[in-house]
Design a protein around this ligand. Structure first.
Ligand code: NAD
Length: 256
């Protein structure tokens, strides 16, 4: 059992989740980096050191998510904080998108959020806090990203319902909607000529985000400074929600 607050970061082996692990380990939490890529999670926990540990989880599997929360509660103690950063995106116009690609995106982004909230709500301490990672695309449509947009819109609503259901226990549930953040997830997008420039032109602050800029908001929402905030979604995107999303299909077509 740990005497420090226990934080579980799902999808913590890369990008926004990894930046969050660094941020929270700096506050003295015991940080559990949980990821489907168990080897990467173990390596990242070793690099962070201190009170960082790793665990394997696949958010698309109820057995796996249930086992993660059982393991953490038994080994380190019930979590004070849970963050779900697991996600992926598979591009494709609706007319071309395969059912398999649709199902994969929904399974990781939407069902994964449901399962995280389900088992987090069973294990988290009263007074704890949960952060889900939605997306700018949860409210801003993007051509070629139907499954991702739909799944992230669902994440926003799941977050509100969970906040409603857990308020009696003083458990807060909030979402962050990042814009384009420089992580391995969007490395492919960055290779599409014109895509990044288009995003930057349609962003008042004129640039992509850094994972640390999302992690800072996660840490704020998990902290007592956010004690009166629940069921809310926060745009952290350089202002991109005020304009339009780049036309991915147009940029992809220009490549061929
Ligand atoms: P990333 O690819 O760097 O990290 C995602 C992590 O999730 C990886 O470590 C991956 O192994 C893990 N993961 C994937 N499937 C999983 C599964 N089934 N079970 C458990 N873990 C799984 O991506 P990122 O950019 O850090 O994305 C983090 C979150 O932020 C995602 O939900 C993503 O949709 C969201 N987001 C990212 C951006 C962006 O521009 N990077 C923008 C908006 C929203």
């Amino acid at each position: 059992m740990s005497s420090s607050p226990v934080s579980i970061i799902i999808g913590g082996a890369s990008g926004i989740g990894l930046a969050t692990a660094h941020e929270l380990s700096g506050t003295g939490d015991l940080v559990v980096i949980a990821d489907v890529n168990a080897a990467a999670a173990a390596e990242r926990a070793g690099e962070i050191g201190g009170q960082s540990v790793s665990a394997a989880v696949d958010v698309t599997s109820e057995e796996s998510v249930s086992a993660l929360f059982d393991h953490v509660s038994a080994e380190y103690g019930k979590p004070q904080s849970v963050v779900n950063c697991a996600g992926l995106t598979i591009p494709g116009a609706i007319s071309d998108l395969s059912l398999a690609d649709w199902n994969t995106t929904i399974a990781v982004c939407q069902t994964g959020t449901f399962l995280t909230l389900k088992y987090a709500s069973r294990h988290i301490l009263d007074g704890g806090s949960i952060v889900t990672i939605a997306s700018l695309n949860g409210r801003q449509p993007a051509k070629g990203m139907a499954a991702y947009c739909a799944a992230k819109a669902a994440v926003l609503m799941l977050t509100e319902v969970a906040a409603l259901e857990l308020g009696d226990r003083d458990v807060r549930v909030n979402a962050i909607s990042p814009g384009l953040v420089d992580t391995p997830l969007v490395a492919g997008l960055s290779l599409v000529p014109g895509m990044l420039e288009d995003y930057h032109e349609n962003t008042p602050l004129g640039r992509s985000g850094k994972p640390e800029e999302i992690a800072a908001m996660v840490a704020f929402l998990l902290s007592d400074k956010a004690a009166w905030i629940t069921g809310a979604a926060f745009d952290v995107n350089g202002g991109a929600h005020t304009r339009r999303y780049p036309d991915l299909l147009k940029h992809l077509a220009a490549m061929s």
